[in-house]
Each structure stands twice: as structure tokens, then as C-alpha cells.
Design a protein around this ligand. Structure first.
Ligand code: 5GP
Length: 190
């Protein structure tokens, strides 16, 4: 059966690190590259981290119904999961892994149902999340403030996910996730 793994979390919870780690150690997984209208940052590479689109190109894809889901994650910053991306990965016989915001994660779980394992990564506390966003050094003060406010709201949706992993110790979180994913992939073979 075709399968997907959904990772959602407030920004700064360590989700992207955990997604990258899972991709490194579980060869069956393939990352679903989302579309976004935000600008590339740091060392991000086009068509590897994201498909970076103009607002016009993004609107065009909405009108073509090319997305499984899309969200305005931040004001005027759109993010969306392409149906074609999921099909491409399944055609390679692989399991899709998504790194999406909390609303996107809930939409994807509704869409894929039993085919999906949805995992919510929870930061140990809001204060710790703020500290991590500051030390990452990629966002300005205003952006961090917006992300922290959003995180407080997003934490209330954790219970809608199949599994919650609290990321206080990164190595423990990695091990927990590795076993959740392996069990889920294994189940599907039977
Ligand atoms: P960032 O700008 O930090 O790369 O991502 C901001 C948020 O958008 C993160 O929570 C990320 O997981 C989420 N995101 C990335 N791609 C998608 C997508 O296709 N759909 C949704 N709903 N959120 C996404």
C-alpha cells in the first residue's frame, strides 16, 4: 500500500532536523518538495528544499487544482503540497515524508487516512522554542515574535495527530521517531 509520513510542529521545534535525520537513516523515505512563495534563505537550494514560486505561479497551480493542500502559513507566504510530487514518489515505490505546518498536517491526515502516520513534534516549552529560534539566526525579531505567537496556538492541535514526540533531548527524539516510522512501514508490508 502507498504510504505517507506527516511531520508537523511549531517552527523551531526541531522538526526539520528530525525529518532530515529520518531521511538519512531510512532509505524507503523520500521527501515531498513543497511549493512556497517565500524567498529562499541561507543555503536553501531550488527544487531541493522547495519549489520557490511567484505569487502568480502559485495562484496558477491553485486554479489547476495541483495541490493536495495549501496554506497561507504566514501573511502573504503560501506553502503547498503538490499532488504530482506524491505520485512521483509512490511511483518510485517509496514512502512520502512531509514537513508541513500544523493545519497542513491535519489536512494531509484527513486526505490520506489509513495510508498516513501523522507525527507532531512538540518543543519542551515556549521559552525553549523562542531560544532556539533566536539561536538559529535566520529570522529577524519581528518574524520570531510572530512564530512564537503562532506556536502557542499550534500546540493546542497536537492531540489531532497519531503520535506526539516531545523534543527535549534530540537523540531520544531521533530514536523514538526512527522506531515509529519503521513500525509503520513494517505494518504496511503485512
Ligand atoms: P519555513 O518557511 O520555515 O521553511 O516553513 C514554514 C512552515 O511552513 C513550516 O512549518 C513548514 O513545515 C511549513 N510548510 C512547508 N511546506 C508546506 C506545505 O506544503 N504545506 C503546508 N501547509 N505547510 C508547509
Amino acid at each position: 500500500m502507498n504510504k505517507v509520513i506527516i511531520f508537523s510542529a511549531p517552527s523551531g521545534s526541531g522538526k526539520t532536523t528530525l525529518v532530515k535525520h529520518s531521511l538519512e537513516i531510512i532509505p524507503e523515505l523520500q521527501f515531498s518538495i513543497s511549493c512556497t512563495t517565500r524567498q529562499p534563505r541561507g543555503s536553501e537550494v531550488r527544487a531541493v528544499d522547495y519549489h520557490f514560486l511567484s505569487p502568480e505561479e502559485f495562484r496558477q497551480k491553485i486554479s489547476e487544482e495541483a495541490f493536495v493542500e495549501f496554506e497561507e502559513v504566514y501573511t502573504d507566504k503560501y506553502y503547498g503540497t503538490l499532488k504530482s510530487e506524491v505520485e512521483k514518489i509512490w511511483n518510485q515505490g517509496k514512502v512520502v515524508i512531509f514537513d508541513v505546518d500544523v493545519k497542513g498536517g491535519i489536512s494531509l491526515k484527513k486526505y490520506f487516512g489509513e495510508k498516513a502516520l501523522s507525527i507532531f513534534i512538540e518543543p519542551p516549552s515556549i521559552a525553549e522554542l523562542e531560544r532556539r529560534l533566536n539561536s538559529r539566526g535566520t529570522d529577524d525579531v519581528e518574524t520570531i515574535k510572530t512564530r512564537v505567537e503562532k506556536a502557542e496556538e499550534e500546540l493546542t492541535y497536537a492531540i489531532e495527530f497519531d503520535k506526539i514526540v516531545i523534543n527535549s533531548d534530540l537523540n531520544e527524539a531521533k530514536l523514538e521517531i526512527e522506531s515509529l516510522i519503521k513500525n509503520f512501514i513494517e505494518e504496511t508490508r503485512n
